[in-house]
Design a protein around this ligand. Sequence first.
Ligand SMILES: Cc1cc2nc3c(=O)[nH]c(=O)nc-3n(C[C@H](O)[C@H](O)[C@H](O)COP(=O)(O)O)c2cc1C
Length: 172
Amino acid sequence: MSPDLDALVAARSVRTFADRPVDRATVEQLVEVARRTGSARNRQPWRFVAVDDVATLRLLAGCGAYAGHLAGAPCAIVLLSADDGRRDTEFDLGRVAQSLTLAATAAGLGSCLATFYPEPQIARAAAALAVGPGWVPRHALSLGHPAPRPAGRSAVPGGRLPVPELLRWHLP
Ligand SMILES: Cc1cc2nc3c(=O)[nH]c(=O)nc-3n(C[C@H](O)[C@H](O)[C@H](O)COP(=O)(O)O)c2cc1C
């Protein structure tokens, strides 16, 4: 498994999935990759809850305005953030989410993040997943075998800013 990094990063979010399960061993491999992600002071302020039952996936799909794709996924990994008020924590969670996303692509799976909000919906997700104190489910990653996208335009603009707009050299 050594896909080219450029191809990995170029993979777009997938929100439509084939009616085919993702085996649990594959999910565990994705976490095996992600757990090696670096974090500030090596705190590893993340935990994961894998969900592959339809009822819970449907409930989670209702926990964010744009989380609907979870309902059509055979599986999701919910990311738990340490509820420690540290600035670095959500940065670390972004890094580990990217690791999971790249690992999913490398494994031939499609994925898409979902954000749980507002706060009562985060509490609802936490209760449904029996999340213990000190941990907060703010995001989940839907996972599945990609299916063709339904026709229609996305409300979210696509594309990426070009390098000259993103980067400048400091001129001393
Ligand atoms: C922190 C974060 C939260 C996101 N939350 C959602 C979400 O709630 N629902 C959704 O459909 N996509 C979500 N996305 C996916 C973005 O919409 C997507 O990455 C972006 O539009 C770029 O599209 P692409 O990944 O297909 O290139 C999220 C992405 C990130 C990084």
